[in-house]
Structure formats: structure tokens, C-alpha cells
Design a protein around this ligand. Structure first.
Ligand code: ZN
Length: 476
């Protein structure tokens, strides 16, 4: 009886054959199997093909290097954005100025090891006084640019960031310990370790390894960097913000997952765009959500020993982070954060009260976990930097009422796409469910109603590297 639900006509035809029940059932099962196989011949689950070079690079990510980076950052005693940055303090290894100089020297060392492949830069500016900045304060972001090897693709940028400033219980305190091992020594270590390992490879697109300051005073460094990038017309395809990825060793922690937060309706969307998003059900298809889905696929392709747990929300309650500054400029950006935060170990003076230890100390950090998160970041950066540019002007034709769906697009800029892939999913599904390779074309028609699913198109190169997916706009 159950089988009749699948295909009543076939089932009743089979009844007329007066075959034994078993034979009829077997025939129906075979029919379903054939139909399914036909579907599978064309469509598959979306998958990012593994690249042996990327897999080998991930094995170079070192727990010991991560640990020594975090311990070094903690050794500056405080990295409050308001703390000392005069030459004497830098020389004595105390305060944010000393941390800044050390990060710069690390990037320079990695660059030396790759024959000068990194351009190490400072982005300095003076922040005017505000509620958490009592006097004009110089804030400096430190970053390394690994320029892409392909002239056209080098204009595309993928970026990883963490904030190297820290704080204790009092955000204006600049003298007491503010170790910031997890918040955000861990994210800074991810950015540095990605730079150390990925600088041994070459990519067509540009990768930027960023560490920012001023996060605890009001996201000042990240905001300045994102605004400067936008003003300069930088094409940042993806910004990966790592903030609190230390995997705090509390018993309730789940070290097998890392949360990946992404905004829904883009904060940078215009009123007209928001109206369109609302009318088409595009609330789950911001570019940041496509980036989050891409990270989920990368997590399935490469064994980072930590799985991305997608959270479809900009950030946690009552909290903010540097990815939002990139979102404000219209860039796709997500935030990585450990599964469970221990608030005794963040933004706290180092102390013991009633037998409870407070403070953001290295002993609470799980360095293996940070290394796993670094692997997931590096795999995502390397996959995107290897991939062709996403197709542009992706459109879904809506000139007339029809049950087929026709998609058109313009080729992936840069000429590196060998073919294209159409993805789709049910409107109630959060991750792509189907993929169909359509060859090196700029138009395709699928026998699936656009009213019932969400489509996207992505570019594929001749080695199987996939671009970010682009959802279509309707075109009449
Ligand atoms: Zn933080």
C-alpha cells in the first residue's frame, strides 16, 4: 500500500499483470531505483572537491606554534588599546605597542621564509575621544597581504582576522593584567598561523591576514579597515572573523564544533533591496550566508577535526564583533566563536573568589581546538583563493508563467571558470541540497519550479575548485 503513494499508476499497471505480490513489490522497487538513478546521473549533493595541496598545507598547522603565539601575546601583560605604545614600553615588552611590533615581526618572518611573498603593513589612525576612549588614541591594525599570482584574480581578496587588543573587568584599566588568551589571542593566533602555513602556497586570488585593535573599545580597528577597503574599492569576497575560538576547557564545552555566525538580511541592503528580499523569501540568502554554507561544505571536504555549526544570526545576544564592520560595508563576513563561552574567563580581572578562578588565562585555552579552527579557516581561505570568481549578473527569468526555471549569468570574471554548477534547495532547507553541473554555458533551464526552491549558480575551475554561490535576481 505504501508503495502506491510513490507511483499509483505504475502500481496499478503491475497489479494487472497478476504477478505474485513479492514480484510486484520487487518490480516497483526496481522502478523507483531506476528513476532515482536517472536523477543521480545528473544531480548530486553539493560538494567541494578536495585539493591535495590544500590538504597537505592543513597538516602543517601546528598546535605548538599556536600555543607559543598565544603565550607570547599574554606576555605583554595588557594589550588594552589604551595601554602604552611608547618606545620604552615597546622595548620592555609591555602594552599594546609591544604586541603590535611583535605581530609585525612575525608576519615579516613568515615573509622571509616564503621569499618575500607577504607585504606587511600597518593601518594606523587616531581615534577621537568617545565613551570608551578618554583621549585621542592611535590605533594600529597589522596585516600581511599575499598578492594573487593571476593579474585579474589578484583583485579578488579573501581575508582572515582576529583582534589583538584585550581588556579586563574595567575597560578603561591600562595597568592591570588583561591576558586575553582566548579573547582574542586565539583569533590572532588563527590569523598568524594561516599566514605562516598558506604563505608556503600560491593562489590566483589575494589573501589578507589581518589583526586589528580597538575591538574592545568599540570595534574601532575593524571598522576603520573595512571603511578604508570600501573607499579604495577593494573586492573583499569573504572576511573570516575569529573571536573567542580558544575552546575554553569548561566541562560543558563541545570541542567538536565551532559556531559560525552570519547575518540574514544584509545591514547594507537598501530599502528597495529589503523589499525584494521580503517578497522573494531571500532572508536566508545574504552573501554572508553563502559564505557560511561554503564553510560548511569545506568542513565536509577537509578533516579539520572541528565542524562548523552554522548559526543564522549576526552574533550572540548582547555582543558584537569585527565581522559586522565588514557587513556594514556590504562585504560577506562571518564570525567564528567556540561552542560555549565561559564568562568567568573573559573581560575579567585575574583573581580567585570563593574558589572560582577568573581571568582569560592560557591554561583555560584548548590549543588543539584553536589549531583545528585554524585548519577550517585555512581550508576556506585556500579553497576560495584557488577558485574562479563567482559568476556575475545571475538572473532568473520571470517573463512569463511557467513551471520550468531558466537561469542566465555572465561568465566568471578572470577567465578561470571551466564550467558552472546550479545549486538548489527547498525554501525551508538551510543548506544546499542539490547540485547540477551544466557545463561551460551562461544559460540553463531546469524542470523545477522557481516558486518551490531557491537556486544559485557557482563557477568551477578545471581542478574542481568552487566559487561562492550567487543567488539570482528576477528578470522580466
Ligand atoms: Zn573579542
Amino acid at each position: 500500500m505504501k508503495l502506491q503513494r510513490y507511483d499509483a499508476a505504475s502500481s496499478s499497471d503491475l497489479k494487472q499483470l497478476r504477478l505474485p505480490l513479492c514480484a510486484r513489490l520487487c518490480a516497483v522497487v526496481a522502478l523507483i531505483a531506476v528513476t532515482t538513478n536517472l536523477a543521480l546521473a545528473q544531480d548530486s549533493s553539493p560538494v567541494i572537491s578536495p585539493d591535495p595541496q590544500i590538504a597537505a598545507a592543513l597538516r602543517q598547522i601546528s598546535v605548538a606554534r599556536i600555543q607559543s603565539t598565544i603565550e607570547k601575546l599574554v606576555s605583554f601583560q595588557t594589550r588594552s588599546t589604551l595601554s602604552a605604545q611608547d618606545p620604552a614600553s615597546i622595548a620592555s615588552g609591555h602594552g599594546i605597542g609591544a604586541a603590535r611590533e611583535w605581530i609585525k615581526s612575525e608576519f615579516e618572518r613568515y615573509s622571509h621564509d616564503c621569499g618575500g611573498c607577504l607585504e606587511v603593513k600597518l593601518d594606523s589612525f587616531t581615534e577621537a575621544p568617545g565613551s570608551r576612549i578618554p583621549k585621542p588614541t592611535e590605533i594600529t591594525n597589522v596585516y600581511a597581504v599575499m598578492k594573487g599570482t593571476d593579474q585579474e584574480s589578484a583583485k579578488r581578496i579573501v581575508l582572515v582576522t582576529g583582534h589583538y587588543d584585550s581588556r579586563n573587568s574595567d575597560n578603561l584599566n591600562i595597568t592591570d593584567l588583561a591576558p586575553g588568551a582566548n579573547d582574542d589571542g586565539s583569533g590572532t593566533a588563527v590569523s598568524l598561523e594561516c599566514a605562516r602555513v598558506l604563505s608556503q602556497l600560491k593562489f590566483p586570488a589575494t589573501v589578507i591576514f589581518l589583526t586589528v585593535a580597538g575591538e574592545e573599545q568599540g570595534l574601532n580597528g575593524g571598522r576603520h579597515f573595512a571603511q578604508t577597503a570600501k573607499a579604495a574599492g577593494w573586492n573583499i569576497e569573504a572576511a573570516l572573523n575569529n573571536d573567542i575560538v580558544g575552546g575554553d576547557r569548561s566541562p560543558q564545552q563541545d570541542p567538536s564544533v565551532v559556531r559560525v555566525f552570519s547575518e540574514g538580511v544584509p545591514i547594507a541592503a537598501t530599502d528597495a533591496e529589503v523589499r525584494q528580499i521580503r517578497s522573494l523569501g531571500g532572508e536566508n540568502d545574504s552573501t554572508s550566508r553563502q559564505l557560511a554554507r561554503y564553510i560548511a561544505e569545506v568542513g565536509g571536504t577537509y578533516d579539520a577535526s572541528v565542524k562548523p555549526m552554522l548559526i543564522f544570526r549576526l552574533d550572540r545576544y548582547l555582543r558584537g564583533g569585527d565581522h559586522s564592520s565588514f557587513n556594514e560595508q556590504g562585504y560577506a563576513a562571518v564570525r567564528f566563536t567556540e561552542f560555549r563561552e565561559d564568562y568567568n574567563h573573559q573581560h575579567q580581572n585575574v583573581r580567585t573568589e570563593n574558589g572560582i578562578e577568573f581571568g582569560d588565562l592560557p591554561k583555560f585555552v584548548n590549543f588543539d581546538y584553536v589549531a583545528n579552527v585554524a585548519r577550517l579557516n585555512a581550508a576556506t581561505l585556500a579553497s576560495l583563493a584557488s577558485a574562479p570568481a563567482p559568476p556575475v549578473k545571475v538572473r532568473l527569468l520571470t517573463t512569463k508563467l511557467e513551471n520550468d526555471s531558466t537561469l542566465t549569468w555572465e561568465p566568471s570574471p578572470g577567465g578561470r571558470a571551466a564550467s558552472y554548477e546550479v545549486l538548489w534547495r527547498a525554501t525551508t532547507s538551510l543548506e544546499w541540497e542539490h547540485a547540477r553541473g551544466v557545463g561551460n554555458v551562461v544559460r540553463t533551464t531546469l524542470p523545477t519550479s522557481k516558486d518551490n526552491v531557491i537556486f544559485a549558480v557557482r563557477a568551477v575551475d578545471n581542478q574542481g575548485h568552487r566559487s561562492l554561490a550567487v543567488t539570482p535576481l528576477p528578470e522580466r
